[in-house]
Design a binder for this molecule. Structure first.
Ligand code: SF4
Length: 468
């Protein structure tokens, strides 16, 4: 790794960048515009977020708070746990543990720095990872393996059986850093008595592990407060999802990113609620005025991303969607599986959804097990792609519900489970009438395919298939 990257802890630098960006709008508009001239390197990422108005500013504040928590965890007396985006952090907050979500932090870096996370990705390979392991964990864990981040206490994941490159990254880090490790396992069936019991018992073992390593008992009142907040958040997301069905969509393209990132960072905490409330307020105004979320005021087509997004510097994916007047109908990360969201109700999928029950400690643990087993990817990539409640069924249902004109797949070379089935999935979605585009880029590492090439090929597909 380059020497200069070892001078400061990477999470400390990132926190300072986000904290400064979040404050930029606290003065006058003139002061903000003048400041942009002095931050040419960061201007490209600050502008598209700030242009979203209050939700953008709140999103930056929330991201800065998340990094601040990590940087100051030790001096404030908290343990830290390295974890994954598909693990709900609510349990950590209920137990005073600071989550360190690798993938979202990688995205913060790829959005912000031209260098992306390349040095940390490569350090993982020096330490023993394969080059085709998922770049979203490597982008951040590389820094912790190299000792240029805050101190880590625990490693907790839940992806075995769903994404083995993800699971292996955490197991490797645990061995390398010599830290206590826990992983929830996922059986191939989502529903049914045996799977329910498995999820529940596994989750109880996780709580035991966390109690053992923090020396603190799980407090029911704290857990209830988190779940009450989480339910409030789910209700807001359900309203946003309902509004996204309107043609043209009143939801600005970047809101889906804000929805899933907020849940991954602060599910069950007021920081997440503040961002969601602000988006709901703006989207409701758009809907009332029949105003599209796209800045141009015109919606040419609607796209559903059946997997994850592309996180090139300066939110270039979202800038392209704006420019081409493509409404964004969400992706696998932004769709919630609470019992009250529109797609669950519309398709009678209550069995595949979770419900929140805070009546007793047992019902709250069942709730958490239900939430975790319905997190993005964990829910729908665990079994065969065309089995009930899995990837194909979800994709077709969501594409139909949001009146999608095109389905797009993007992942990383590490997504072996989805690469193994994406051509079959595309064959089936095409047969169902949805043009389906497979991107061959890496969502977190532009060295695999530049954003410019990725964009050009996507736009060529839209033209050749006469979608746009
Ligand atoms: S499925 Fe893909 S993006 Fe998700 S953790 Fe696995 S390798 Fe990474």
């Amino acid at each position: 790794m380059r020497k200069e990257l070892k001078e400061y802890n990477f999470d400390w630098m990132l926190w300072n960048a986000f904290a400064s960006a979040a404050r930029l709008k606290s003065g006058t508009e003139k002061e903000y515009q003048n400041t942009l001239k002095y931050i040419p390197y960061f201007k490209g990422v600050v502008e598209p977020i700030m242009e979203c108005g209050e939700p953008g500013r709140k999103f930056l504040e929330m991201s800065a708070k998340y990094l601040e928590n990590i940087v100051h965890a030790k001096e404030r007396g908290f343990k830290t746990a390295v974890t994954t985006f598909c693990f709900s952090p609510a349990i950590f907050y209920a137990m005073d543990i600071i989550p360190v979500g690798l993938e979202v932090i990688s995205v913060m870096m790829t959005f912000t720095y031209k260098r992306g996370t390349a040095d940390f990705l490569d350090f993982c390979n020096e330490a023993g990872f394969t080059e085709t392991s998922c770049s979203s964990q490597r982008g951040t864990i590389g820094a912790y393996l190299a000792g240029v981040g805050a101190e880590i206490d625990l490693i907790v994941t839940d992806s075995p059986g769903v994404c083995d490159t993800n699971a292996n990254a955490f197991a490797f880090a645990s061995a390398y850093l010599d830290k206590p490790f826990f992983q929830l396992d996922m059986p191939p069936d989502l529903t049914g008595e045996r799977s329910d019991e498995y999820h529940r018992e596994d989750y109880k073992a996780l709580i035991k592990f966390l109690e053992e390593h923090t020396g603190k008992k799980l407090e029911p009142e704290k857990l209830k407060a988190c779940l009450d907040e989480l339910q409030k958040q789910d209700n807001i997301i359900a309203e946003l999802e309902e509004m996204a069905r309107i043609i043209p969509s009143p939801i600005p393209v970047v809101y889906n990113l804000f929805v899933y990132a907020s849940r991954f960072l602060f599910a069950g905490m007021p920081e997440c609620t503040l961002v969601l409330e602000s988006m709901l307020k703006n989207a409701s105004e758009n809907a009332a005025l029949k105003r599209p979320g796209l800045k141009s005021g015109r919606e040419k087509i609607r796209a559903f991303f059946c997997y994850i997004d592309h996180y090139a510097q300066n939110l270039q994916l979202w800038q392209m969607l704006e420019r081409e007047e493509i409404s964004y109908c969400g992706n696998i990360l932004s769709r919630l599986w609470a019992e009250n969201v529109p797609h669950v109700k519309e398709y009678g999928k209550e069995e595949a959804a979770y419900s929140v029950d805070t009546a007793s400690i047992d019902s709250m643990i069942n709730t958490l097990a239900g939430i975790n087993s319905r997190m993005p990817m964990i829910k729908s990539i665990r079994g065969p792609y065309d089995a009930p409640n899995m990837w194909l069924e979800d994709t077709l249902a969501l594409a139909k519900m949001y009146s999608t004109d095109v389905i797009v797949y993007n992942g990383t070379p590490g997504c072996r489970n989805t690469w193994g089935m994406v051509k079959l999935l595309a064959r089936d979605t095409e047969a169902a009438g949805y043009p389906t585009y497979i991107m061959y880029s890496d969502a977190f590492d532009e060295r695999v395919q530049s954003w410019e090439a990725t964009e050009e090929r996507f736009l060529e597909f839209l033209k050749v298939r006469r979608i746009i």
